[in-house]
Design a protein around this ligand. Structure first.
Ligand SMILES: Nc1ncnc2c1ncn2[C@@H]1O[C@H](COP(=O)(O)OP(=O)(O)O)[C@@H](O)[C@H]1O
Ligand SMILES: [Mg+2]
Length: 497
């Protein structure tokens, strides 16, 4: 269906694609894997006409084609869903889908007709999307399905999905994969970029592995496994398990007692009590949306609890501000990097001092920014956390998701926190970086910090945590020993089964 032959593309000194050839068979799901910066998005954007290759050829159904822009790609039946959605919040699903697909002024659009067509497409694939709903009222998973509908509405036969699961919870991933399988049954072809090896093994027919701008492997999914793929991706053996010794916890750093936090409908966190001691990682397992977000926001001082107390080293900090908590040694790695973690338009240097920019050594006594101290700080983070590309002057938005995450983690670790609150530390991060982030979290624990970890990945939270609390509907419904508890048992506690 699609053949990319000897594609080379450079950006300045960077060779993003070096003689890349990829062949995708009609009616299959083809996974593209590789570390951040391997060149996956670039080659797919070339197929979609978003970039033009310096050299190389593209064939569709055996015919050489000239794709000068997305318009040409769409005309050839190629659609692409980007990692960051391009939807207008204040418009309806149908308005978003028709926007740009129709010619003529928006006032003349036949929205009734569009609504019907979109409803039919949605029903056919069981997407469960209402064409008249406003984007701002939809979940991330639903918005992604709108992007899929947009491509299908434009008659895409080949869909390119760039890290579609990075923003989804594990439950949403299952639903999403069911949709991809239905699309495949209808004869469509899908290219999916992902970092998750279990996803590759679950959904794809073929895999192309990229490293440093080149294709380093092409395998049938049925003839490979996670270990071999990991080795191809990183170029060395990767530890897919977390290695750690037993914790030696000391006194409680965080003590939560009877904590309640209001949510949209009633209490999001309902009478929760637990401790996190110095030198241990306490994990919180639960299906997303069961109060984890609100709990972490209250603990980090971003929202006010409606009842109960939070104590830090025995000091009541229940109504202490986020800034003061940070000064007291509480670091926070948020689940939503874009909303809470980074200023995307600002450079890495500015982002590296967010939250400490107003105090020494970053601010001078005269209230100026100390550029020497900022340079030292960003340099340390880039080096210790392997942030690529290592250029402090780049805007944060130009980094891949994994490198943005390493920057945030590095910044928070630089605080030498007594307590680290961390949510979804490896979401959207490649396997080399996952191994790295896991090691850093264990090292922080071993240096005597208390760590509270929220992750929707049961495997991750059981591997890292020394103690595991299960949350359901805002309540802690149990504590298990992650070394002995089975996934099934934890899953049952999470779902109340
Ligand atoms: N628009 C761009 N300008 C400059 N460099 C870019 C641009 N897009 C990608 N790159 C660089 O090209 C390389 C490959 O990037 P990309 O294709 O995004 O990798 P991947 O999707 O595998 O993470 C990286 O070094 C990246 O920094
Ligand atoms: Mg990419």
């Amino acid at each position: 269906m699609l053949e990319l032959k000897n594609i080379t593309k450079t950006f300045g000194d960077v060779t993003a694609n070096n003689d890349v050839s990829i062949s995708v068979t009609k009616g299959t799901i083809h996974a593209i894997v590789g570390e951040n910066g391997a060149g996956k998005s670039t080659v797919m954007r070339i197929a979609y006409g978003f970039y033009n290759a310096d050299s190389g050829e593209i064939y569709v159904d055996g015919n050489e084609v000239n794709i000068r822009g997305p318009h040409d790609a769409i005309a050839l039946g190629i659609g692409m869903v980007h990692q960051h959605f391009m939807l207008v919040d204040t418009m309806t699903v149908a308005e978003n889908i028709v926007l740009g697909a129709e010619t003529g002024s928006p006032i003349n659009l036949d929205l009734d007709k569009a609504n019907k067509e979109i409803k039919a497409l949605s029903d056919e694939l069981k997407l469960n999307i209402n064409p008249t709903a406003y984007i701002e009222d939809l979940s991330v998973g639903q918005q992604q399905r709108v992007e899929l509908l947009k491509a299908l509405y434009r008659k895409a036969e080949l869909l390119i999905l760039d890290e579609p699961t990075a923003v989804l919870s594990p439950q949403e991933v299952d639903e999403f994969f069911a949709i991809l399988r239905r699309m495949k049954e209808q004869g469509r072809t899908i290219i999916i970029i992902t970092h998750k090896l279990d996803e590759v093994l679950a959904i794809s027919d073929d895999v192309t592995v990229m490293r440093d701008g080149k294709v380093v492997g092409n395998v049938k999914t049925s003839e490979t496994n996670a270990k071999d793929l990991a080795r191809m991706i990183v170029g060395r053996d990767v530890l897919l398990r977390v290695e750690k010794t037993d914790a030696h916890p000391k006194d409680a750093v965080l003590s939560v007692s009877g904590l309640s936090v209001p949510g949209k409908h009633g209490l999001a966190v309902d009478d929760v009590s637990f401790d996190v001691r110095a030198g241990e990682i306490v994990g919180i397992a639960g299906i997303e949306g069961n109060g984890q977000t609100e709990l972490i926001e209250a603990l980090s001082g971003l929202t006010k609890p409606s009842g109960g107390t939070i104590a830090l080293n025995g000091v009541n900090v229940t109504s202490t501000t986020a800034r003061k908590l940070k000064e007291m040694g509480v670091a926070h790695i948020p689940e939503d990097r874009h909303k809470r973690g980074l200023l995307l338009r600002s450079d890495l240097a500015e982002n590296s001092v967010l939250g400490v920019h107003y105090r020494p050594p970053i601010a001078t006594s005269g209230g100026f920014m100390n550029s020497g101290a900022i340079n030292t700080r960003v340099g340390d983070i880039i080096q210790n956390f392997d942030v690529r590309p290592p250029n402090p002057a780049l805007p944060a938005r130009s980094l891949s998701g994994g490198n943005q995450q390493k920057l945030i983690i590095g910044r928070e670790f630089e605080l030498n926190p007594q307590l680290l609150l961390v949510s979804q530390p490896t979401r959207g991060v490649d396997i080399g970086a996952i191994e790295f982030i896991h090691r850093k979290l264990i090292a922080l624990r071993d240096s005597g910090s208390a760590v509270l970890l929220v992750s929707a990945e049961l495997e991750e939270v059981t591997a890292l945590a020394d103690r595991l609390l299960v949350i359901r509907e805002g309540k802690i419904v149990g504590e298990v020993d992650p070394k002995t508890a089975s996934t099934e048992d934890i899953g049952l506690m999470m779902t109340g089964g």
